[in-house]
Write a protein that binds this ligand. Structure first.
Ligand code: PAF
Length: 295
């Protein structure tokens, strides 16, 4: 089915929806990667996977104001649609689209307060959901809308936003699809997880940010030595991440298969370590499955 063509770029989600509809009608499989732009290799790996497993990879680029509690964070979020489009085209994406809030949610007339928000479900409880009130309501609302427009065969999300992947899995279950593929976190050679926010780090801050992956690797080493107590694993995370200039927001473990707002009581059979910290005014998150083979 794959037809080689120049990547389409639409600044209107309705045109994207029509393009997807047309190809779906012809039997094409559409792999969908929702993004907020400022693309890095982590996003491009999702696009490669979407392309490999479907006829077309479709990518949305929309810095969704509904999921930012902090207006300054929203304003500072890096944006470069043209550069993103070049990368996506080189990666073989078939379509990249964006739009305005008013285009995505016509009933709102572009007024944030008038967008009807979705309940993001129980996976939104705790950690990010608690520290960033309204964040997952915004994520669930835009992701549901994007699914409605694209109606993908399958959608692809990065594991780095681990709690987000739990929210999206719950959402997709509630909506009756699409199937979701969660792809591994990509890291620079020194361990720093790829993130669009890394672009805002100074050289010194980037060096400090390595305390996150150091802490995750230390927790995994503790797991490999037989540590199964969640409190002890969290203590390792907090000690190593805390031994830096980072301002730690949380150092937690969860059962990766059963999301709970609170830390589970041990001993654990599986463990996902989760960290959030400010590096200067840049908020970073990172995660690692402790019981999985090394990345
Ligand atoms: O992970 C992101 O980039 C965003 O949260 C998403 C899923 C594109 C929704 O805006």
């Amino acid at each position: 089915m794959l037809v080689t063509q120049v990547m389409k770029e639409f600044a209107d989600p309705n045109r994207a929806a029509y393009w997807c509809y047309k190809w779906r009608e012809r039997g094409a499989r559409i792999g969908f990667v929702p993004t907020m732009g400022a693309l890095h290799d982590g996003h491009l790996a999702l696009v490669r996977r979407a392309r490999a497993e479907n006829d077309y990879a479709v990518v949305s680029i929309f810095v969704n104001p509904l999921q930012f509690g902090d207006a300054r964070d929203y304003d500072l979020y890096p944006r470069d649609f043209e550069a993103d489009a070049v990368l996506l085209s080189m990666e073989g994406a078939a379509l990249a689209f964006t739009g305005t809030l008013a285009q995505f949610f016509p009933d709102s007339g572009g007024n944030l307060a008038k967008v009807a928000l979705r309940d993001p479900g129980s996976a939104a409880e705790g950690l990010e959901g608690e520290l960033r009130p309204g964040h997952f309501e915004g994520v669930a609302t835009i992701v549901a809308r994007l699914f409605e427009l694209v109606r993908p065969t399958r959608a692809y999300f990065g594991e780095k936003d681990f709690q987000q992947t739990r929210v999206v899995l719950e959402l997709a279950k509630e909506l009756g699809g699409p199937p979701i593929t969660v792809c591994p976190t990509l890291r620079d050679a020194d361990g720093l997880a790829l993130s669009s926010r890394n672009a805002r780090l100074s050289v010194e801050q980037r060096r400090e940010a390595l305390a996150l992956s150091r802490a995750l690797y230390a927790a995994r080493a503790a797991w490999q030595r037989g540590e199964r107590d969640p409190a002890a694993l969290c203590a390792v995370l907090a000690r190593v991440a805390g031994d830096s200039a980072l301002r730690l927001e949380y150092a937690e473990v969860r059962d990766p298969e059963v999301w709970t707002a609170e830390r589970p009581r041990g001993p654990l059979a599986r463990a996902q370590a989760l960290l959030a910290a400010f590096c200067g005014d840049v908020r970073l998150i990172d995660t690692l499955r402790l019981d999985a083979p090394s990345e």
